[in-house]
Write a protein that binds this ligand. Structure first.
Ligand SMILES: Nc1nc2c(ncn2[C@@H]2O[C@H](COP(=O)(O)OP(=O)(O)OP(=O)(O)O)[C@@H](O)[C@H]2O)c(=O)[nH]1
Ligand SMILES: [Mg+2]
Length: 619
């Protein structure tokens, strides 16, 4: 469990953390010199009945709000610190707003420096604070008066924190591992070490991870939680991870470590966005914003359906970021902008991997099943990558399995399609084939490969549907050609006459028949039509294509093959000149005929060009 401080500068956050834990988290010389916190501080806090809680101490200075956001992201409990002598101040309110935007749901308020004020004043400040936290996650939080100087109220505060901690729900440890990095440094002999709060999942020593934004694959060589070596760390714990093979320059605050192949860097996020009530002006597509998500901070623009967002407004929008971020549905973020830079709003990611041209949601999906439906409908025939769904839907792998078990989505080859896509593709295949048959009435069917490209969806889908339709008897797949079950090639009267002429010519020509082009000229027909009719006759078994554009009568081929094989002794090799003796063809016809015999298996040719007898001609 992680506890984060919040509150205005100098209100006593760091002093209180020290009173609670004994650790001075202001480590930097500059922090010592100026007496303020500049960077995040970390300390373990033992709470009775809870165990070790990781404390993140944040700076209160208005120039360091971005650091505060990085520290507050991923905390379970807030410790809002208000100095009793000063009361509620600007960063008290800004930090409160940030806690609310980040979805922090519980916490305790400490009225520090109680030793500096009298009871009457304390009661006034107490009322003030109560009013400031109303409507937020700390509305019902206990307010405890403390003094880090006298120790007054510190035990009471500890008890209040333990009580609040007991109500914090656990995080998913059986989930994809993710840890936004909040610090990176090198330790002599160990190398690069990164620290952070584990957002989800469990990490084991020796695991292999990916580091974003670089995309580097990295290996864990050492793991610590609260300063002790451990075998694994879980969601909701502070972790220090030693990484093998990573230069310090490749990693820093804002990087994120993830496990599994579901994560992708995002440049467009869909999100539910809310503006704070007190922002000065509306925020539109031209407003320059900073998006704080995890520990990362990038430039961003907000594109909301229906134009700019007004102060206090809450609407779905798209966020276009300047640099990729790693996000998951359900992630909370903060938006800052304006000048001087201030917190203007924030929200929840509803789709980190939106298609580039996708519109914002019109309204938020009511359930994960709804969101999946929307993704599938939007993706249409492109489908959705199953691997990235745990991230896109913000569910665990188990949750996704349950969802898919009760979904009628159509699953093919690692992708998921809307159920309506199946009949659509079937219809496309049918109509594409019907068009093909109309254009090529003498062909047996459309080549399968042609059909695959023509239907214009992933080949795996075409194949799946084709196989189904073939199994159902709706289509026939024969020698790589597909046809509608009812289709047979039909000759027109003219083509029938052409076929008869063709057969007559080829019969007369015998062993040295004319080519398709020669036939077309002598018969006064189009070469393409002579070719189609010849192909059909070949399919019916009357003709044989000895060359691509030269057909023989089958009976002629049989006769030639019989003569050839009769002349060849089994096991003996023959050169073309010897074979010519057996069939008596001129050279122009001999070589193509022998090559046909090789293809048909009647002869077998070796590297030296000698042929042996092959398959016996069936009698
Ligand atoms: N009298 C009194 N002084 C306190 C108390 N707590 C803190 N201080 C003093 O207030 C000053 C600021 O305290 P810090 O703990 O550094 O305040 P902070 O909120 O951490 O400040 P930033 O991190 O810079 O925002 C220091 O001089 C502290 O000694 C308290 O309970 N009583
Ligand atoms: Mg401090």
């Amino acid at each position: 469990m992680i506890l984060g401080t919040a509150g205005h500068i100098d209100h006593g956050k760091t002093s209180l953390v020290r009173a609670l834990t004994g650790v001075d988290t202001d480590r930097l010389p500059e922090e010592k010199r100026r007496g303020i916190t500049i960077d995040l501080g970390f300390a373990p806090l033992e709470l009775e009945g809870i165990g070790t809680v990781g404390v993140v101490d944040v700076p209160g200075h208005e120039a360091f709000v971005r650091t505060m956001v990085a520290g507050a992201t991923g905390i379970d409990l807030a410790l809002l610190v208000v100095a009793a002598d000063e009361g509620v101040m600007p960063q008290t309110r800004e930090h409160l707003a940030i806690l609310r935007l980040l979805g922090v749901r519980a916490g305790v308020v400490a009225l520090t420096k109680a030793d500096l004020v009298d009871d009457e004043w304390l009661a006034l400040v107490n009322d003030d604070v109560r009013a400031a936290v109303a409507d937020g996650p700390l509305a019902d939080a206990p307010i405890v008066a403390v003094s880090s100087v006298t120790g007054q109220g510190v035990d009471e505060l500890r008890a209040a924190l333990a009580a609040a901690a007991r109500r914090v729900p656990g995080r998913a440890t059986e989930d994809l591992f993710r840890m936004p990095v909040d610090r990176a440094f090198t330790i002599r002999g160990t190398g690069t070490v990164v620290t952070g709060t584990v957002w989800s999942g469990t990490l084991r020593r020796d695991a292999t991870l990916r580091l974003f934004p670089s995309g580097d694959v990295v290996r864990v060589r050492g793991l610590q939680a609260h300063g002790h070596a451990v075998e694994r760390v879980h969601a909701g714990e502070r972790a220090a991870i030693a990484l093998a093979g990573v230069e310090l320059s490749r990693v820093g605050r804002g990087a994120v470590l993830v496990a599994g192949d579901a994560w992708r860097p995002s440049t467009v996020l869909r999100a539910d966005v809310a503006l704070l009530d007190d922002v000065a002006r509306p925020v539109g597509a031209r407003s320059q914003l900073r998006l704080h998500l995890g520990t990362s901070e990038v430039g961003a623009r907000l594109v909301a359906t229906g134009g700019s967002l007004a102060p206090g407004e809450h609407r779905p929008a798209r966020i276009v970021v300047d640099e990729p971020v790693v996000a998951r549905t359900g992630d909370r973020f903060v938006l800052r902008g304006g000048s001087p830079l201030g917190t203007v709003g924030g929200g929840v990611v509803t789709d980190p991997l939106a298609p580039l041209r996708a519109r914002a949601w019109m309204q938020r999906a009511d359930s994960v099943a709804d969101a999946l439906d929307h993704f599938l409908r939007e993706a249409a025939l492109s489908g959705v990558d199953l691997a990235e769904l745990p991230v896109r839907l913000g569910v665990t792998a188990r949750g996704l399995d349950d969802l898919l078990a009760s979904s009628d989505a159509w699953r093919v080859d690692g992708r998921l399609y809307a159920p309506a896509m199946r009949p659509l593709i079937i219809e496309r295949i049918r109509s594409t084939l019907a068009e093909y048959h109309a254009a090529h009435p003498l062909d047996a069917g459309a080549p399968r490969q042609w059909l695959r490209t023509k239907v214009r969806v992933a080949e795996a889908i075409v194949d799946t549907v084709l196989d189904e339709l073939v199994a159902a008897g709706e289509l026939v797949l024969d020698q790589g050609e597909v046809r509608l079950a009812g289709f047979t090639a039909q000759l027109s009267d003219r083509q029938r006459a052409l076929a008869a002429d063709l057969v007559a010519r080829l019969t007369t020509a015998g062993a040295e028949p004319p080519s398709v082009e020669e036939l077309a000229i002598s018969l006064g027909a189009a070469p393409s039509e002579v070719a189609s009719v010849s192909r059909l006759l070949a399919r019916q078994g009357d003709l044989v294509a000895v060359e691509a554009n030269r057909y023989f009568m089958r009976s002629t081929v049989m006769e030639l093959v019989t003569r050839l094989q009769a002349g060849m002794s089994v096991g003996e090799g023959y050169g073309p000149a010897e074979l010519r003796e057996f069939v008596g063809l001129s050279r122009k016809f001999l070589i193509p005929f022998l090559e046909y015999c090789d293809r048909a298996g009647y002869t077998v040719r070796n590297d030296l060009g000698k042929r042996r007898r092959g398959t016996e001609l069936a009698k």
